[in-house]
Design a binder for this molecule. Structure first.
Ligand code: 17E
Ligand code: FE2
Length: 414
């Protein structure tokens, strides 16, 4: 397949991309059409790498309102409602909902997903289901699973044993929830436990860390220290870290040094953090979104996740990372022209780095031919105008093809 005359990642000069055997064989200003069986003339269209959702919960997806709606909008009511819904799970129920959401995500250009799976359930119903889903969707989504102890490791009966069993069952990463443990000591001990578990089973780490509007939350510095001293470094991710928006500037300044040294990845979930955040404030009211701009300025890798698609924590969501990105850069003060132009990294390359999939990510000769084509010339225009995603191509195969919008309007000047 030969793709003609596209703007690769906002590049002003148009290029051709030659694809063969699922890989990118050549990129240059002119490639002879005789080199390919089929030619896609996409003159002037934008090509970028696929989207990455680096943080979502596929076990709870599409359960909003079951058994009740989260009317308060707090994280804690979300956890309570999920705890009831969890009793009713069957493997078929989890599989159907997860696959529905993954297909929706794929239809919007997502090709890489990291999902947390609640393992504070002695039956492991959700994990068993999602391990099957991971294999079944492999042709269109590269799915990673995190063993997530939603109700705590030290604060839930047999929490440690459940985590170890989940590690053996084949998750990709080990999770945690230190701010939800009964006390700060359990929080810290849970981090030591989960880091050792990840080392023992050679897994990545992705912890729900300090997802609370508490200026005194201090689990992130513990996780970053462990990441640094264990040498696990960029294999470790801290998700949410919303307390960073509440701590004082002197503390944040001191912490940034450790975060950079530790090479830890951070994931913010703008839609959900802003929905759940500030719920105990009157005014002034916090937004609950971590310090995205400051982290990036301190060379910390940050990506955005969707977190929820219609579940007890968030009533909305449709698998489209462009919504996450738009709200995220708006709330983070990242709307300079060039920041908008480059913002797809937050739902792209930065997420790929967190997921450790760099070997198969990026538009470079020798890498898998996986990319998106949009009906516009650069990403600033795409995020603004939301032109049609014409193609999602993975390993040289067309996963999604859309036709440009053909709206008829009758807007004549007098
Ligand atoms: N569970 C949790 O602890 N935090 C969240 N944001 C979600 C589930 C979605
Ligand atoms: Fe989450």
């Amino acid at each position: 397949m030969l793709i003609k005359q596209v703007h690769i990642e906002n590049n002003v000069t148009k290029k051709d991309i030659l694809v063969a055997d699922g890989k990118i064989k050549a990129i240059s200003e002119h490639i002879d059409e005789k080199q390919a069986d089929d030619v896609l003339d996409l003159d002037g269209k934008l090509v970028i790498p696929p989207f990455v959702d680096s943080h979502v919960h596929l076990d709870s997806t599409l359960t909003a309102g079951e058994p009740e709606w989260n009317e308060s909008g707090t994280l804690f009511d979300g956890i309570n409602i999920w705890s009831k819904r969890k009793q009713m799970l069957t493997q078929a129920d989890v599989k159907n909902r997860a696959i529905k959401t993954l297909k929706k995500q794929a239809s919007h250009g997502i090709q890489f997903v990291r999902s947390h799976v609640d393992v504070t359930d002695p039956t492991f119903t959700a994990l068993k289901a999602l391990l099957e889903v991971r294999a079944e969707v492999a042709d269109f989504i590269d799915l990673q699973l995190v063993a997530f102890p939603q109700e705590g490791i030290l604060s839930f009966p047999n929490g440690k044993e459940l985590m170890e069993e989940a590690a053996k069952m084949g998750v990709d990463a080990i999770g945690g929830i230190p701010h939800y443990e009964f006390n700060q000591y359990y929080g810290r001990d849970s981090l030591t436990f989960l880091m050792n578990l990840a080392k023992k089973y050679n897994k990545l780490v992705d912890v729900h860390c300090d997802e609370i509007d508490d200026p005194n939350a201090r689990n992130l510095e513990v996780l970053a220290t462990l990441a640094y001293e264990s040498g696990m470094k960029d294999k470790v991710t801290a998700s949410h870290t919303v307390s960073l928006a509440s701590v004082n500037d002197a503390y944040a300044y001191k912490l940034m040094r450790l975060l950079e040294m530790s090479q830890i990845n951070m994931v913010a979930n703008p839609l959900v953090n802003m929905h759940l955040g500030g719920r105990f404030d009157t005014y002034p009211k916090r937004r609950g979104l971590t310090r995205v701009k400051e982290l990036l300025e301190n060379h910390v890798n940050v990506s955005f996740g969707e977190d929820d698609v219609k579940d007890p924590w968030y009533p909305m969501g449709n698998g489209n990372m462009l919504d996450v990105l738009y709200v995220g850069i708006l709330a983070s003060g990242l709307m300079g022209y060039h920041q908008i132009l480059d913002s797809y990294q937050l739902i792209g390359a930065n997420g790929a780095k967190t997921l450790h999939v760099n070997d198969k990510y990026g538009i470079e000769v020798g890498k898998p031919a996986s990319f998106l084509v949009f009906d516009t010339d650069n990403f600033y225009n795409e995020l603004n105008e939301r032109k049609t995603m014409l193609y999602s191509i993975k390993d040289g195969k067309v996963l999604v093809k859309n036709h440009p919008e053909m709206a008829e309007t009758h807007l004549k000047l007098k």
